[in-house]
Design a protein around this ligand. Structure first.
Ligand code: PMP
Length: 367
C-alpha cells in the first residue's frame, strides 16, 4: 500500500506558508503593525467573556449580528444599500474564497485569474477540484483588457478572481475593467462570477474606487474583504463578502455547520464597534507606504504604484541573497512574485527606518 493514500495531485506538495520567524522587524505577511488599543482589547475580551458563558451551545449559524455590523461598515466604506442578506462571512477571506470555489467550481469547470497574483488561488482551485486557468498581466502588472476579455470568453470560467489591489504587485484595477469582465462573464452559460478580492481595499489611494460601487450594476459581481489587514485583526480570522443574496444561499449548502465560532463572532462584533479607532492607522500606513515607494525608487529600484499596505520592488539578479542578508540584519520581508522581485509590508516608521538602513547596507555590499 502507499501510505498515506494521498490524492495523486497532492503528492510531494509542500504546504503553503511564509516563514514565521521571531525577528525584530517582521514585514513579510502584510499584517497591520498596530495592535488594538487597551480599550479595544478590553472590550473584545469582555465580549468573548460573555460568549464563554454559553459555549455549551452551538453559535448563531446565521451570525446575524455580525452580518448587520459588516453591512453597516461596508456602506461606510464605498458601498451603497448593502443589506445583511448580501453579506457572508467565514474564517478569513481565504475560507470565503474556498467556499466560493466549492459552490461554483468543481469538476468540468474552471477558475481564472491573471498572474502574477495571490499564490493561494490555484490552491483553492485544486482543493475544490476546479481547473485553474491563468492569463498574464502586462510588464507593468496592469491588465490588457481586450486580452483579458478574450480569455474569459474563450475559457468560460465560472469564477474569475480579480484581486484589487493585487497581491504581490499592490496594483488596483480600474472599475471599467471590472465592469467589462462582469459583462463578459455574464454572456455565456452557465455564466461566471467575478470575484474582486479587496483584502487590501481600505489602503487604496484617493481616487481609486472600490468595486462595492459596482454591485448594483452587476448581479455576478462578488466583492470580498477581510478584517485581517486594515482592521488589524489577522489573529481573529474573519473575512467576508458582499454580493447578491443568492451567492450566500449557495455557500450555505457547502459551508461546514456552525463554521463561525461564538468566540470569532463576539470578537468581530466588538471590533466593529471600535472600527474608527482600529482603522485609524490606515492613513498613517498609507503615508508610510508612499514614503517607502518614493525611497525605493530613489535607490534606482523599480516599484509598481501601490494601493495596498506593501510594496513590490526589484529587480535583483539574486533576490534570495538580498532577502537572506536583510534577515541577517533582523528584517524579515517576503521572497514572492516574479523572479527578481521582493515584497515588503508597511510597518511602523521605526520598522521602515530599520528596513531602509538594512537595505542600504545590503545594496552597498552587492555593488
Ligand atoms: N486575498 C489576498 C489578496 C491576500 O493577500 C490575503 C492574505 N494574505 C487574503 C486574501 C486572505 O486573507 P485572510 O484569510 O486573512 O482574510
Amino acid at each position: 500500500m502507499t501510505f498515506p493514500p494521498l490524492r495523486e495531485e497532492l503528492r510531494g506538495i509542500e504546504p503553503y506558508g511564509a516563514p514565521q520567524l521571531d525577528v525584530p522587524v517582521q514585514l513579510n505577511v502584510n499584517e497591520n503593525p498596530y495592535g488594538p488599543s487597551p480599550e479595544a482589547a478590553a472590550d473584545i475580551a469582555r465580549a468573548v467573556g460573555r460568549a464563554a458563558a454559553s459555549l455549551n451551545r452551538y453559535p448563531d449559524r446565521e451570525f446575524t449580528e455580525l452580518r448587520e455590523g459588516l453591512a453597516a461598515y461596508l456602506n461606510s466604506s464605498g458601498g451603497h444599500g448593502i443589506t445583511p442578506e448580501m453579506v457572508w462571512a467565514a474564517n478569513g477571506s481565504n475560507e470565503v474564497m474556498l467556499q466560493l470555489l466549492q459552490a461554483f467550481g468543481g469538476p468540468g469547470r474552471c477558475a481564472l485569474s491573471f498572474a502574477p497574483t495571490y499564490s493561494m488561488y490555484p490552491e483553492y482551485a485544486r482543493d475544490a477540484m476546479t481547473e485553474w486557468v491563468v492569463g498574464r498581466r502586462e510588464e507593468d502588472f496592469s491588465l490588457d483588457l481586450d486580452a483579458a476579455r478574450k480569455l474569459v470568453l474563450e475559457r468560460r470560467p465560472t469564477i474569475v478572481l480579480l484581486p484589487s489591489p493585487n497581491n504581490p504587485t499592490g496594483t488596483a484595477l480600474p472599475p471599467e475593467a471590472v465592469s467589462a469582465l462582469c459583462e463578459a462573464a455574464a454572456s455565456y452559460e452557465p455564466g461566471g462570477l467575478v470575484v474582486v478580492d479587496e483584502a487590501y481595499g481600505e489602503f487604496r489611494r484617493a481616487g481609486t474606487p472600490s468595486a462595492l460601487e459596482l454591485l448594483p450594476r452587476h448581479r455576478n459581481l462578488v466583492v470580498t474583504r477581510t478584517m485581517s489587514k486594515a482592521f488589524a485583526l489577522a489573529g481573529a480570522r474573519l473575512g467576508y463578502l458582499a454580493a447578491d443574496p443568492a451567492i450566500g444561499d449557495a455557500i450555505r449548502v457547502v459551508r461546514l455547520p456552525y463554521h463561525l465560532s461564538a468566540v470569532t463572532q463576539a470578537t468581530a462584533v466588538a471590533a466593529l464597534r471600535h472600527a474608527p479607532e482600529l482603522l485609524g492607522r490606515v492613513e498613517d500606513l498609507r503615508v508610510e507606504r508612499d514614503l517607502t515607494v518614493a525611497w525605493l525608487r530613489d535607490q534606482g529600484l523599480e516599484v509598481p504604484d501601490s494601493d495596498s499596505n506593501f510594496a513590490l520592488f526589484g529587480r535583483f539578479p539574486d533576490r534570495h541573497a538580498v532577502w537572506q542578508r536583510l534577515l541577517d540584519r533582523g528584517v524579515l520581508i517576503r521572497e514572492t512574485g516574479p523572479q527578481g522581485w521582493l515584497r515588503v509590508s508597511i510597518g511602523t516608521p521605526e520598522e521602515m527606518t530599520a528596513f531602509r538602513h538594512a537595505l542600504t547596507d545590503v545594496m552597498k555590499e552587492q555593488a
